[in-house]
Design a protein around this ligand. Structure first.
Ligand code: DP6
Length: 322
């Protein structure tokens, strides 16, 4: 039996991925930019087992069925096709991030699965190939392969759509966990609905391309405030876009808006703090590391707060392949 284990962390996008050009290959409509965090790691083990008829997936101690198991099996089918091996596997994954709460659990999960599965099935992939493989499981997972800041190039083909490291100024992310419960509509389903029903979708694609170019320029210039402003604008545009679906979807909750108000108040007193939010009610405040404690204190009565910094990329544990 061949076994491998890998660890990956979530990432939070400063310029968001929202919308696909190809759902099968998971090619995004636009590129995106993110920071991989140093909190909430997911650890995943893949063990090939010739006795199995189907893959088995245990998530946080419970046997998974339905959509989560299907997504793992479809992902392992990609790995098996690359490896030319048909053996099924037992996948065991344990995360520390609240599942499906818009804290990018699928990014850490599929990055770790890409690392463990590629090693268990005997694929020898370089970093770029691992980002492309992780992308097949969940688009945002491509960026969690990379330590610190990552740009995921949209690309026109499977080969061109990969993530790589990018230099950026030192940042902290202050995470306000407004609600750790499961979100009403998955980001995958909401993305599909957006592409099919939002009249604003074409404008989102054009403006996100522009935001990514400006954000990369701000990274090169080391300009935290410009990067933060671009991130906040891009996130609020994404939420406006999502709310413009038919039927509409709203992820931000009253407490999320209260956090956004506090971020404005922080800026009014001269703190460079900027908000972003993924497909859920939690708000992440981007700021200079030296301001993180002040931002945390300003939000502490509204939500549970976790302060994150740039974290490591995908780690495939040495010696885990038996
Ligand atoms: C709002 O990567 O979870 O977090 O590719 O369908 O698995 P799939 O979607 P997923 O979407 C992430 C959306 C986002 C923005 C981002 O992380 O860029």
């Amino acid at each position: 039996m061949t076994v491998a284990t890998a660890v990956a962390h979530p990432n939070i996008a400063l310029v968001k991925y929202w919308g696909k050009r190809d759902a099968d290959l998971n090619l995004p409509a636009t590129g995106s930019l993110s920071m991989t965090l140093d909190v909430f790691p997911t650890r995943t083990t893949v063990a090939l087992d010739p006795a199995l008829d189907g893959d088995a997936f245990t998530l946080d101690g419970r046997a998974a069925t339905g959509i989560p198991l299907d997504r793992v099996t479809r992902f392992l089918d990609v790995v098996r096709a690359l490896a030319g091996v048909e053996t099924r596997a037992r996948v065991t994954s344990a995360g520390t991030v609240p599942e499906a709460a818009g804290l990018a659990s699928s990014a850490a999960g599929f990055a770790a699965l890409a690392g463990a599965a590629s090693a268990a099935y005997g694929l020898d992939l370089d970093e770029r190939a691992l980002t492309r493989l992780a992308r097949r499981g969940s688009g945002s997972a491509s960026r969690s392969v990379i330590p610190g800041f990552a740009v995921w190039h949209a690309g026109d083909t499977d080969e061109e759509s990969f993530a790589e490291s990018v230099d950026a100024p030192a940042l902290a992310m202050v995470i306000a966990i407004v609600d750790a419960g499961e979100k009403p509509v998955s980001s995958r389903a909401a993305m599909r609905r957006t592409v099919l029903t939002s009249p604003f979708y074409p404008a989102w694609v054009t403006s996100t391309d522009e935001s990514l170019r400006s954000a990369l320029a701000a990274c090169r210039d080391g300009d935290v405030d410009r990067l933060g402003r671009i991130a906040e604008t891009n996130a609020l545009r994404m939420h406006a876009l999502i709310q413009s679906c038919d039927p509409p979807i709203r992820y931000l909750a009253p407490t999320s808006l209260a956090v956004l108000d506090r971020v404005e108040a922080l800026r009014a007193r001269g703190v460079g703090a900027y908000a972003t939010a993924d497909a859920g009610p939690n708000v992440v405040v981007v700021c200079r590391p030296a301001d993180a404690a002040e931002v945390r204190d300003a939000l502490a009565d509204l939500a549970e707060i976790v302060v994150a910094h740039p974290g490591p990329g995908l780690r495939i544990e040495p010696g885990a392949v038996a």
